[in-house]
Structures are given as structure tokens and as C-alpha cells.
Write a protein that binds this ligand. Structure first.
Ligand SMILES: C[S@@+](CC[C@H](N)C(=O)[O-])C[C@H]1O[C@@H](n2cnc3c(N)ncnc32)[C@H](O)[C@@H]1O
Length: 177
């Protein structure tokens, strides 16, 4: 799998349609982090056109992936893309709004990747419930602040439930204690 080729295709697609789903630039880092976790269950928030779901599925060959996307046009494109890579059996794309859906998911994820625009505080309790102990949170789009993003990062740093592992680009990586 040539991820750079897939990234370039996803960027070309985004430019062609002018849609609001820029593919995740630090995909090689995401691949390396995911591979290290050897995850069996992964949650992604912000499927876009499916590029990072492919990255995660390639890095973790046995993982079941739940990927959440609110835009039905993106879901349609991503579903076709995932199918064309033969991954529909283990990449499950949910056409839902994350805020409405997270409470229905069962805990036990090894890895959560957030790439869904602004950071909102209300997601943090869900991450704490859904991740296994020592589970990894990769949080993109740190530059897109919301009314509650400061509170989110304040608690992530100080509530005793997390260890910040690294920061790169607009991304924070944290491990759940
Ligand atoms: C930056 S793009 C994701 C790009 C994708 N991860 C990739 O690199 O291929 C963000 C996506 O998140 C979706 N999104 C934003 N907020 C969301 C929410 N609250 N629930 C579900 N999807 C959301 C948007 O519709 C958009 O498709």
C-alpha cells in the first residue's frame, strides 16, 4: 500500500470538490503510532473520504474500525473507497453526528483518532469511557478551537487520567492511565 499515493488522491479529490474534508497530513505518523498499538478495536471520528480509515486499517491488519462521519456525501464516497480496498468487512462507517452517537458505543477501544474539526470538551468523558487502560488518543486539529477546547486541554493535562506522549503538527497524542 502506497500511502503517499492514496494521500495525493484524497487531496486531489478534496480540491476537485472543494469539500470540507482535508485529508490528515501527518498520515505517516498516524500509521506508525497505530502500528505500534497493534490495535484490535479502533474508533475514528471524522471519516472524510476514507483516507485515514485506510491508513488505520493498513497499520492494524486485524483491527475492527468504527469510523464516524456526519456528512452523507462523504459517507458515500468513503464507503466506495473502503470497499474498493476490500476493507468493508472490518471498517464500519457510521453516518451519524459523533455527539449523538458516542454514548451508544461499547468500551474497549485500543485507539481513538479524532479528526472531526473543532475540539469540544463534551468528547473527553466519552474517550475516558471508551478507551481501554493504556489506550491511545490521537487528537488532530488542535488549532481549531471552540468555546470548550481550552477546558478540554486543561483536563487532558491535569485530571490525572492521561499522560501526554507527544505533540506534532496540529496533533496531540495521549495515553489513558
Ligand atoms: C478533516 S475531515 C476528516 C478527514 C479524514 N480523517 C482523512 O484524513 O481522510 C473532518 C470530517 O469530520 C466530519 N465531522 C466533523 N464534525 C463531526 C461530528 N461532530 N460528527 C461526525 N463527523 C464530523 C466532517 O464532516 C468531515 O468529513
Amino acid at each position: 500500500m502506497n500511502l503517499t499515493e492514496e494521500y495525493n488522491l484524497a487531496v486531489a479529490h478534496q480540491q476537485e470538490h472543494g469539500c470540507s474534508a482535508p485529508p490528515y497530513e501527518s498520515y505517516q505518523k498516524l500509521f506508525d503510532i497505530a502500528k505500534q498499538t497493534n490495535s484490535q478495536r479502533i474508533l475514528e471520528i471524522g471519516t472524510g473520504v476514507g483516507f485515514t480509515a485506510l491508513v488505520l486499517a493498513t497499520a492494524c491488519a486485524n483491527a475492527e474500525i468504527d469510523s464516524i462521519e456526519k456528512d452523507s456525501e462523504h459517507v458515500e464516497i468513503a464507503s466506495g473507497y473502503i470497499q474498493s480496498h476490500g476493507l468493508s468487512n472490518r471498517v464500519h462507517i457510521h453516518n451519524v453526528v459523533a455527539e449523538d452517537f458516542l454514548a451508544s458505543l461499547k468500551p474497549g477501544y485500543d485507539l481513538i483518532f479524532f479528526d472531526g474539526f473543532q475540539i469540544h470538551y463534551e468528547f473527553l468523558p466519552h474517550y475516558e469511557r471508551l478507551l481501554k487502560p493504556s489506550g491511545i488518543l490521537v487528537l488532530g486539529n488542535n488549532h481549531l478551537s471552540s468555546k470548550t477546547s481550552e477546558q478540554f486541554f486543561g483536563e487532558l493535562n491535569d485530571n490525572g487520567q492521561w499522560k501526554i506522549l507527544e505533540k506534532f503538527g496540529e496533533t496531540t497524542v495521549a495515553k489513558k492511565n
